[in-house]
Design a binder for this molecule. Sequence first.
Ligand SMILES: Cc1cc2nc3c(=O)[nH]c(=O)nc-3n(C[C@H](O)[C@H](O)[C@H](O)COP(=O)(O)O)c2cc1C
Length: 397
Amino acid sequence: MLAGKHILLIIGGGIAAFKSLDLIRRLRERGATVTPVLTRAGEEFVTPLSVSALAGQRLYRDLFDLGDEAEMGHIQLSRVADLVVVAPATADLMAKMAGGLANDLASTLLLATDTPVMIAPAMNVRMWEHAATQRNLATLRGDGITVVGPNDGDMACGEFGPGRMSEPLEIVAAIEARLNDGPLNGRRILVTSGPTHEPIDPVRYIANRSSGAQGTAIASALAALGADVVFVTGPADVPPPSGVQVVRVETALQMQEAVNAALPVDAGVFAAAVADWRVTSASDRKLKKSKDGLPMLEFAENPDILKSVSQMTQGRPKLVVGFAAETNDVIENATAKRLRKGCDWIVANDVSPATGIMGGGENAVTLISDDGAEDWPRMGKDQVAKQLAARIAEALK
Ligand SMILES: Cc1cc2nc3c(=O)[nH]c(=O)nc-3n(C[C@H](O)[C@H](O)[C@H](O)COP(=O)(O)O)c2cc1C
């Protein structure tokens, strides 16, 4: 619920501005007051009348408006809210924010505000992936701005990929988590999840049975406590949670790259079942049966993502949590793994087929830390996630 909360909503000039009309409605349904600001470009996509009527509030558009300035100066306007939300945050608005420009009402408010800021980026995939936008994103994160999304998906421009604005309800969930004074507010946490797929040829790959359910539940539980979660996921069976930044990858090498791009973080939870090996030179053509005999596959070792983050000499997350999926001597193997990798905690579980844990809805874990091994009773993966998220919040205090 957002009863009594005040949101200053800045609507930028992107196609996704139409979704902000629904966002206003959803926020008001939950009891929030929404003061809208529409940029000049934003007016090309939604009408001032729709925005103002849905918000039930006066709309602010111009920096140099004599009436507005007399009634509520732009400095005051920047500070009336509990949270400033920019949705859609266009590439242009992000660049202005990162550069500290103040040449229109929206950018001036964003520079003058002393309240927390959240952005929901929305743009064409090439614009999103451009080095300049990624630099600006890193700057904004460094400035403490919460970033929601963007999601992968079909775009209005006909392309596919990351850049689609998060859905209104995902933004609402992120706003609720940010405003409801969760213990992880202001903390940035990386969660990896799911299996990796290591290609053999264009149609075959090596995979494992990880469903991604436990990692997804953990990301969701962390976001519910207010964390700004970057969720790096392999091809999982379950959909990613809402209210987190989703980065989809396929292979271990791509996962390593995504993890490095997400740093620095306050904590990293490495729940993905990353393949230990990849095929050295995956064929770019489908392998055919041949009378010359069976194909020979050569393997190379994949990077050890958990170990490399655990052993960072600079900028290491304060807390690094690894997972150990074992089929025998669970505690012994997991304890050795913790020391070998250098992570702070290992969440160990027995994934032998008889347990039904891999791909199932429950988990029975042992948390191994400097304090020893702590057995948790068998419970739903959501429950394990909530308990782990609470422990992480405690550790980051
Ligand atoms: C049809 C159309 C759609 C656009 N969609 C987007 C978009 O989704 N994201 C974006 O960053 N820019 C988009 N642009 C470009 C922005 O409108 C332009 O950069 C503008 O200056 C942004 O203004 P703002 O800073 O007020 O958001 C689009 C432009 C056009 C003509």
